[in-house]
Design a protein around this ligand. Structure first.
Ligand code: GCB
Length: 594
């Protein structure tokens, strides 16, 4: 028996290695403006709670006959589908908190064209995906919030082709995020899927932003992919009368540097220019904004002027439907709410949200904080985890580096300070700066030293950061141990501070008295906000603040049957978007800050 068991384990491991060996490729940037066909819609599915598709049916990924009487004990059938994009949890009641495997299948019709290349591009799949085309493994991707792609030019055939994907959203101790986090682990193909067509040599990537510290020099690069790597390229910005030319090197890379006085992007003037990038074999365009961001002592400086970040946090969740958000309309809803609150800044917690959010935020004039899901409980001592965190960071920067709205990259949220954590996070900060030195780097901390009424910010990681992010829940988790007006915040660093989170729970429509005795009521939350604002106004080095959170969101950690019922109720808005009393307090505060 032991022998048989060992053999079974070995076979399973070998099979697993075979199907998980290949990695997704670096993806092309500016996906919305590429030539493509959407693969959204209904995908056939098989719910596989114990991963029997891998462990036993080693051929599940193969294109088995679509015959319900076939003796394999599984089948993709057209009456069993899930919507893509969309998390699977919200699509069927029995999958509400499901964390395991779902197999997806879609048949696509392809007509191959000479001189064209084809790519399968996924905006995001949570958490691990193993992708197969016509029974052949294309590769895997780990990480639920960033894009990935596979070239299929030489693998597709004319006519029908079957794409099968194993998606698994099981939490992993060594994953990013790890085991514990305060949001629903929405699994599945949660964002758009595209079949992208390019020319044989195409513009794969580019970086077109203002040079750090400059208000008028555009610097960056253009990167080609294909066999004709030596080409003349140009960047045109017709409105600014820019027509800059350069030549790529043998690796297909051209550095660019353009001096020009431009109208700068800002929340009050979210100016975007039409930018056209051309090579001899390709052309792509989009709208890009230009602004400078820096710090001066404890101030954040946008285009040479100090600015206070009137922020808010939100998850990528369509709270009113209790599902992952994935459409442009979802993004618009959140951003309109933030605009009505008077915000100029958004922390997209706790992971890179979809491109609709980022691009629309930019058009509407929001500055953004983007973060990778390096959240409490990360295995910093584990090599695979560190590589994965770095990869997610690289992917986030790759996708959004041309979005001037992004002013801060954040490498983590609430990690426990120790030597290993600090050195890993510092290395992530370094990676950030290597890829993009034009933006600020921060992290959301939650530890500070308390001595009487003096709260001191101190953490070895801060040396490496431009901006300090601090989550604090004074007045909620442990009450107000010191009266808010007496609290003195100190920092050992001459750097700006953003209160990256603060909040308290209230159930919309539940009322009580205006004091600390009626927790969960709107009045309690309203008073809590007044106290927080009183305390925050006394912080001389405060450069921004972000309530947690804009809108109630679902979380399996929130068990109170009356007030929570698996919802985190720290929203200023109920899940249906109704304003709680605290909303008006925060809005009034933001209205006073010009
Ligand atoms: C935090 C976390 C956030 C939680 C929040 C809370 O510090 O960063 O993800 O949802 O606290 O409500 O406790």
């Amino acid at each position: 028996l032991v022998k048989a068991l060992k053999r079974f384990c070995l076979i399973t491991m070998c099979f697993f290695a075979a199907i998980t060996g290949l990695k997704a490729q670096d993806f092309m940037v500016n996906i919305p403006n590429r030539s493509q066909i959407s693969l959204n819609g209904k995908w056939e599915c098989i719910i596989d709670p114990v991963d029997v598709g891998i462990k036993k049916w080693k051929s599940l990924y193969k294109d088995v006959p679509n015959n319900k009487d076939h003796r394999t004990e599984y089948a993709f059938i057209s009456s069993n589908t899930l919507n893509v994009p969309g998390d699977f949890n919200s699509q069927r009641p029995e999958l509400k908190f499901y964390e395991s495997t779902v197999w997806y299948k879609k048949v696509i019709n392809v007509k191959k064209k000479k001189g064209k290349r084809l790519f399968l591009y996924f905006d995001a799949v949570n958490y691990v995906s193993d992708v197969f085309l016509n029974s052949e493994k294309l590769g895997s991707h780990e990480g639920g919030f960033t894009p990935f792609q596979f070239e299929i030019t030489n693998k597709v055939k004319d006519g029908e082709n079957a794409i099968i994907i194993r998606v698994n959203n099981r939490r992993q101790k060594e994953g990013v995020p790890a085991l514990g986090y305060d949001w629903v682990n929405y699994g599945g193909i949660t964002r758009d899927v595209r079949l992208v067509e390019t020319n044989e040599t195409f513009i794969e990537d580019y970086f077109v932003q203002l040079k750090k510290g400059s208000g008028k020099r555009i610097e960056g690069y253009i990167q080609l992919n294909g066999s004709k790597l030596l080409q003349k390229i140009s960047i045109k910005i017709p409105e600014a009368k820019i027509n800059h030319t350069a030549t790529t090197d043998h690796k297909g890379n051209a550095k660019i540097s353009i001096d020009k006085k431009l109208e700068l992007w800002s929340p009050s003037n979210p100016k975007l220019y039409r930018v056209i990038i051309q090579s001899e074999t390709d052309s792509i365009e989009e709208h890009i904004g230009f602004r400078s961001i820096s710090t001066n002592g404890t101030e954040i400086i946008l285009n040479g002027q100090p600015i206070f970040l009137k922020g808010v946090n939100f998850h990528e969740e369509a709270s009113e439907r209790a599902s992952r958000a994935y459409t442009k309309e979802d993004a618009k809803k959140h951003l309109n709410m933030a605009q009505e609150l008077g915000c100029n800044f958004i922390r997209t917690a706790h992971y890179p949200q979809n491109e609709y959010v980022v691009r629309l935020a930019e058009e509407m004039g929001f500055m953004l904080w983007e973060e990778i899901p390096v959240f409490q409980g990360i295995s910093f001592g584990n090599k695979k985890t560190v590589t994965l965190a770095n990869k997610q960071l690289t992917e986030m920067l790759r996708r959004d580096k041309n979005r001037c709205a992004v002013i801060i990259w954040s490498v983590s949220n609430e990690t426990y300070p120790n030597h290993t954590r600090t050195s890993v996070l510092k290395s992530l900060v370094d990676s950030c700066r290597v890829i993009d030195n034009t933006r600020l780097v921060s992290t959301a901390l939650n530890k500070y030293e308390k001595k009487g009424n003096v709260f001191t910010i101190k953490d070895d990681l801060i040396e490496a950061l431009d901006v300090i992010g601090m989550n604090q829940y004074l007045g909620w988790y442990n009450g107000w141990t010191v009266s808010p007006e007496d609290i003195v915040w100190k920092s050992e660093y001459n750097k700006p501070l953003i209160i990256s989170e603060f909040g308290a729970e209230a159930l919309y429509g539940h009322h009580g008295s205006n004091d600390d005795t009626s927790s969960w009521s709107e009045e309690f939350q309203e008073t809590f906000y007044r106290k927080q604002i009183t305390m925050q106004k006394n912080i001389p080095f405060l450069s921004g603040t972000c309530p947690w959170t804009l809108i109630d969101f679902r979380s399996p950690l929130r068990l109170h049957p009356i007030y929570q019922d698996y919802w985190n109720r720290k929203g200023l808005l109920s899940e249906q978007g109704y304003r709680k009393k605290a909303w008006y307090v925060m809005k009034a505060y933001y209205d006073t800050i010009k």
